[in-house]
Design a binder for this molecule. Structure first.
Ligand code: ARG
Length: 377
């Protein structure tokens, strides 16, 4: 029987990975956790529907191409199932008029060593996304006797999980960035309450024995507490950054190799102990390069900082978006072999090269890259 699942960090040699799909992606219907609002592109707040087919095709083409590049570097690529995300869904507690899609597996699946953990997620539209990965997870379970298949408690996501309904986002959008930072980021409070543990897998940065979890608009303190208890052999640290709408760590703070991390040049870390922890363990934190775009493309809810959303093949080789020349040059200067990958058409489907993938197998074991710790952090 084979060993299929193993990945402790973001940089060891990649051997197997899941790459998502653009098929069926929806501009999701409004719900307390999120309201999409693209008035210029035909989807003003309150409306929803499938992403335009030409955009789906363009994104899928780039994803196929990326999958082929990965395979040419000796990486086995698995893909989720195609499903209909336009269906209305319901639990006994609520109904949701549409789902989202399955482009970013990173958001749902957290691989830690021999374990893949299905995240709770915090949007109703994303409640059933795990189903698209089940055929893969079932196969890994059959073939790999050491695979630990875990699922976090399914959240109820009743109105009690949110401070306000969809109107929260209306108010949020009316604030400028500084006001939003003062009101929400500095108070560690967006629309999620602490009713139940909630987290997205993409809020977790894996650095061997140390996990950094972004306290964000989709991960609450209870979610971080649940992860801390779930991974007793790890040290789980809270990460926070100065940005108005934090969601997912991987366009904000990412490791590049042991001793080197890339930090968003605009989003300053707010946890002093986190910065200190890196310092006392001789890690260097470099600010990322300027992104190539001034504005995200149409129908994109991610920011231009997908420029730093990269995937490491190993400690020396990194996949970077083809047009992000400044980011490529910086990584080259830091000693990496840079493999450019066209991926801008994928952005509107939920992210970049890191979001679009979920680790299944990277070589190596759990190691301690932060032997000096800070008590209480
Ligand atoms: N928060 C990021 C930004 O817009 C997007 C990160 C997307 N990451 C992901 N795993 N889906 O700057």
């Amino acid at each position: 029987m084979a060993k299929i699942v193993n990945s402790w960090n973001e940089w060891s040699r990649l051997r197997r990975v899941i790459v998502g799909r653009a098929d069926g992606t929806m501009i999701q219907a409004p719900e307390p956790a999120v309201v999409r609002d693209f008035p210029e592109d035909g989807f003003p707040a309150g409306t929803y529907g499938p992403m335009p087919q030409d955009m789906v095709d363009a994104a899928n083409e780039q994803m196929e191409n990326f999958a082929a590049i990965l395979e040419s570097h000796g990486v086995v690529v698995d893909r989720p199932e195609v499903r209909d995300w336009s269906e209305e869904i319901a639990t006994p507690d609520w109904k949701q008029a549409s789902q989202f899609g399955v482009m970013p597996p990173r958001d749902v699946l957290l691989t830690v060593g021999p374990e893949i953990l299905e995240a709770t997620m915090s949007q109703r539209a994303r409640w059933f996304e795990y189903l698209a990965y089940r055929p893969l997870l079932q196969a890994y379970f059959r073939e790999d006797p050491d695979f630990r298949w875990e699922s976090a408690p399914k959240p109820r996501l009743t109105d009690a999980s949110y401070h306000a309904g969809p109107e929260f986002w209306h108010e949020f959008e009316s604030l400028d960035e500084e006001e939003a930072i003062a009101r929400f980021t500095m108070n560690r409070r967006w629309n999620l309450t602490e009713e139940e543990p909630l987290f997205d897998a993409a809020d977790v940065g894996r650095f061997g024995k140390d996990l950094f979890v972004y306290h964000s608009s989709v991960t609450n303190a209870a979610g971080i507490s649940w992860l801390t208890r779930h991974f007793p052999d790890h040290r789980v640290h809270v990460a926070r950054f100065r940005e108005s709408h934090p969601i997912h760590l991987d366009a904000t703070f990412v490791p590049l190799r042991p001793g080197l991390a890339l930090s968003n040049r605009k989003r300053v870390p707010l946890e002093e102990d986190m910065v200190k922890l890196f310092e006392i363990n001789d890690w260097e934190i470099v600010p990322c390069a300027e992104p190539a775009l001034d504005e995200p493309p149409p129908l994109c809810y991610c920011s231009v900082w997908l420029s730093m959303n990269t995937l490491l093949l190993d400690e020396k080789t990194i996949f970077v978006e083809e047009q992000e020349k400044a980011q490529q040059q910086q990584l080259y200067d830091l000693g990496f072999e840079v493999i450019p990958v066209p991926f801008w058409a994928v952005g509107p489907f939920g992210g970049g090269l890191h979001c679009a993938t979920a680790d299944v197998y990277r070589e190596g074991d759990m190691e301690d890259y932060f032997p000096k710790q800070i008590p209480g952090y």
